[in-house]
Each structure stands twice: as C-alpha cells, then as structure tokens.
Design a protein around this ligand. Structure first.
Ligand code: 2M8
Length: 436
C-alpha cells in the first residue's frame, strides 16, 4: 500500500514538473510557480530526484527582487488560462522588481528556509546538498531581512501581510471580518478557476472584488511597502505566516552555523528571532479562546476566530509546554471529534465553518504535515499519528486532491476530495509523511 501511494505520488509530481525547472501546483487550475507550493514540492522531490528538488528552489529564488522580496507567483510562461495574470499584477511597477521574470507584487509564507534544512536532512549526499544550500541561502536571508525591515512598521518582530493571497489561506472566514470593513467596486472580469473547478468549491465573485481592489491600491502606489502599510485596508499579522518566518529563521541560524563564517547574519537572525517569539506569544495568543489568532493591524484588534493557522506555532516551537497543552486541548475539543478527519482548516464549531469550501473548513495536506511534526515535537505522538493516518486515508480513498471534506459521514455524497486533482503538494508531502 505504502509503496503504491508513493509511486502514484511520484507520477503526479513528474507530470506537473515543467521544462523550465519548476512544478505547477495542478494542471489547468494553477499553471505557474507558487512560492510556498514550491517549498513543499521540493521536500517531496528531495526523496527521489535531488536535481529536480534543487531546480525547484533555484527557479523560485531566481525571480527574487533586488530588495529581497520573493513573489507569490512567478509567471514563467504566457499562459492566459489563469486570472489574474501578470498583466493584472504588473510587478514591473516596482522599481526593484525582477527585470527577467514577470510576477505578482505580493508574497506568500516564508517556508524556503526550513525547506532547505529539510532537503539536507532527506538526501544521502549531504556534501552536495550543503554546497547547493551555500549558493542559495543568502537569498533566503535577504528575504527575511526584507520582511523585518519593510513589513514591521511598529518594530515588534511581527510582520504583516497586506493581502489574503499572501496568507495562502485565501478565503478563510477569518478574512470576513476585514471584508466587513471594506466596500470595493464591482469589477468586470473573467474568472478562470471556475472553468476548472465547480464554483461552489471556490471563493465568490464578491470576494474576488475585494481581492482585486487591494491589488489596485498597491498598484496605484507602485507596490511601495511604506504606502501599502499606510493605505491598504487589509493589514494583518497572521500566525501562520509569522510562524513560518520563525521556523525558517531557526533553520537559517542552524544552516549558517554548519556553513561557518556568517556570524553577523546569525546575530541578526537571533536578535529578531527572540523578539518575534516574544511578541508572537504576547500579541497573538488569545486566553479566552485558548488559541493563537490573527491580529488586524489596520483596525488594531484581534480577529477572534480559530483556524488551522492557529495551531501552526507548534511546528515552529513557539508555545511553552504549558501553552501547547492548552492549544492542543482547544484543537481536540473543537476540531477533533470522532466524526471528523483531522484537521479542518477552520473551526467546525463556528457559524462560518463550511466542510467543503476551500479554506473555510476542508482538510489540507500541507497544514496536516506541519501539524504532524509540531505535535510530535511536543510529545503528542498519538494525535500526531491520527493526523498522519487521516491524511493517508483521504488520499488513498480519493486521490491527490487539493483539499478534502473533513466530515467522515458525508451522506449521499461519497466523494471527499475537492478542488484541483493531482495536486502537487498533496503528493509531495504524503511521500514525506510515508517515509517518516
Ligand atoms: C491558492 O491560491 C491561488 C492564489 O494564490 C488561487 O486561488 O488562485 C491557495 O490555496 C494558495 O495557498 C496556493 O499556494 C495556490 C496554489 O496552490 O492556490
């Protein structure tokens, strides 16, 4: 069984690998290179094709801007089957954007640092991988410097995101609180996603109006970070995004330690790491809910809803042992019923929960992969195993879908897999889970 899933997963990844040296998330729906997808994909590739794993990271980092920014989509080709494409995003408006690659002007969770460390842990030829890392690590470091110097206006060690697409959890009900503060114009545009996937599984037209409006504001200001911090109606400190930064800081500190001779960079990362972890625990922890929550920096208030992002700090060693216990208790109480697969992407006890719609409730394999490791690190072996086995069961049942209905009993609807099929990070991370 195990070998069979791994072989099928490899076929998915191989079919999605492109001539340009990168992997698309899913044929039809997502025809370019996405930042955090690339990281997860490289972990899977490292298990069986080191050259492709290295290429994946290299092609992403090649598109870095001169200010250290790494965009969320790199448009390697002129494919017009995705909206909004490069002609809407117009990365060329920023004076320091890549002259060689078209991209968006927004980013995604900074996973690349810890991915490099994972790749090193996975491969047999450590020397070869460490040499590769030596050639790439400064780009990832520059990306972290970009975040701390440009995305932290109150100098707290917590960086903001200015768009829901930067979070990776696109239509999470958490953002509904922000949409309530906005009234964007009605845009006329042609959706492409709903030609590949049923509209009921994707964000609504009105949600897209909000998404496009925030980009328009950023474009009117040539993607200038200071202006965005001043003007964007969406300005959020996201626990998932910041946990990824913290996890990657730690990986960079350890990798630089192995490489040697980078004391100034290690010192910079350590200083920020300490500050980030302290602020994270102080500002993003919500005692009443017993969980980490998002903070709306534009309107200066916490967003009191629990999502799977609330548990991601476990993966980055952020909570104390005591706090982790509270967090895991909250998770099991709200998300962990016997009638559900772990782990729903949004609180099943919340009115906004939808078990089948994208980031509003379904299970996502990348979140489960992080949760599995976080739970294991804190000694919750049994729950970790459940997260792993649930992930395997869902994929074995239905295939390598983008997301899965989190309910065990779905009545007449026997299908659990939704969104894009043959989805790359589901394939890549199941390989890693099965090899663990
Ligand atoms: C989804 O997001 C893109 C926009 O970035 C979309 O809906 O068009 C998200 O699930 C995101 O996290 C993911 O990186 C991307 C590609 O898989 O798809």
């Amino acid at each position: 069984m195990k070998e069979n899933i791994i072989n099928r997963a490899i076929s998915v990844l191989d079919a999605n690998f492109q001539e340009g040296g990168f992997t698309i998330p899913s044929k039809g729906l997502y025809p370019f290179q996405w930042k955090w997808d690339s990281g997860f994909i490289a972990v899977g590739l490292a298990h069986y094709n080191t050259d492709h794993a290295k290429k994946e990271i290299e092609t992403l980092l090649n598109a870095q801007w001169d200010n250290g920014f790494i965009p969320h989509i790199v448009f390697h080709t002129d494919d017009d089957s995705y909206f909004p494409g490069h002609d809407f995003h117009r990365s060329d408006l920023h004076p320091l954007s890549s002259k060689q690659y078209k991209s968006t002007g927004m980013t995604q969770p900074p996973v690349t640092g810890f991915i490099l460390q994972d790749m090193l842990n996975i491969v047999d030829d450590k020397e070869d991988m460490l040499n590769f890392i030596k050639g790439q690590i400064d780009k990832v470091y520059d990306n972290h410097v970009y975040f701390y110097e440009n995305r932290d206006p109150q100098n707290e060690g917590l960086v903001y995101i200015y768009h829901n697409w930067e979070s990776g959890t696109d239509n999470s009900p958490v953002w509904d609180d922000i949409w309530d503060t906005m009234n964007p114009p009605e845009y006329t545009f042609e959706r492409k996603d709903t030609t590949h996937v049923d509209a009921s599984e994707r964000p609504s037209k009105r949600e897209y109006d909000h998404y496009l409006y925030i980009i328009d504001i950023a474009k009117q200001n040539n993607y200038d970070d200071t202006k965005i911090a001043e003007l964007s109606p969406f300005l959020v400190q996201d626990p998932l995004f910041n946990a990824m930064l913290i996890k990657s800081n730690q990986a960079l500190i350890e990798l630089y330690g192995m490489i040697g001779g980078n004391d100034d960079k290690i010192a910079y990362l350590r200083k920020n790491q300490e500050k980030s972890i302290a602020s994270f625990n102080k500002k993003l922890w919500n005692t009443e809910l017993g969980a980490y929550v998002h903070y709306d920096l534009r309107n200066e208030k916490p967003i009191r809803h629990i999502s799977s992002s609330s548990f991601s700090p476990l993966f980055a060693a952020i909570p104390s042992k005591e706090r982790a216990e509270v967090l895991v208790h909250t998770m099991m109480e709200r998300f962990g019923g016997d009638d559900k697969y772990l782990c729903a992407s949004f609180d099943p006890t919340d009115d906004r929960f939808d078990p089948r719609k994208y980031w509003r409730g379904p299970v996502w394999i990348n979140m489960n992969w992080m949760l599995y490791r976080g739970l294991k690190d804190y000694g919750y072996q049994e729950i970790a195993e459940r997260v792993k086995n649930d992930s395997i069961e869902l994929i074995e049942r239905d295939g390598f879908f983008e997301y899965f209905d989190c309910r065990k009993d779905t009545g007449k609807e026997t299908r659990k897999g939704y969104g894009g099929d043959n989805f790359s990070w589901s394939a890549a991370l199941i390989i890693d889970l099965l090899k663990d």
